[in-house]
Design a binder for this molecule. Sequence first.
Ligand code: GLN
Length: 277
Amino acid sequence: MAERSVADAIRDAAERLAATSDTARLDAEVLMAHVLGTDRSALLLRHMREAAPAAFASLVERRAVCEPVAYITGRQEFFGLPFIVGADVLIPRGDSETLVEAALAARPRARSVLDCGTGSGALLLAVLANLPEAHGVGIDVSAGALATASANARALGLEGRAAMVCADWHLPGWDESLGGPFDLVLANPPYVEDHAVLDTSVHAFEPAGALFSGPEGLDDYRVLVPQLPRLLAPGGLALVEIGHRQADAVCAIGTACGLSPQLHHDLARRARVIAFS
Ligand code: GLN
């Protein structure tokens, strides 16, 4: 079989993906880099080995039916760190970096961190990577998520400071053996309205249990936020990610149980995180 140039194959794949992806060219480059075991910048200097066209084509077909690039490659960068991701966990979003930044800025000397609904472990591990004296616990109800979070803790060399534990904030006594209270409590709980219309790439591929939370997307906040006063050490801070129209409702849940809310905005200037103290 004649060798095609990598550039030609990327161009064809970008055309194939244009119908279903807003980032067709970028997706094609990331998938090609993945199949060749290289990075995007080195791509155009390379030529495909004979086996690569079929492998590349099968990745492009997965993307063409809206599977997220991060699940296809099994990787997603978050806060400058490489994370392993798979279908058991939500893909870490750039918007959630707002929460990590707010945590590090507000409590640079925090020693203990709890991450509620840790998923891939992205929030907890990004915080711990930047707080060398701190240790933390990530909890989740999903065994698959905990396996991914543990793999990320090991891959980042943080397994000695990060424990990943199965727990459910709906159950009495769920936090009794976690070693709290904590200087920082982080949470990106499910907060999407049950009947929200999501992109196919989210709806068909990301775990529903990490996304949906009742008719207004508020069910998990209603259970978790009232428990924050118990989970927080004196002077501690909780940072909760919210959907962009949920700020008033979630602030109200917090003030009703004696917490003081402060809003943080994402790069698109939408309210994205509430800090409760
Ligand atoms: N931000 C996610 C989305 O884009 C939702 C994350 C969540 O529910 N925690 O759908």
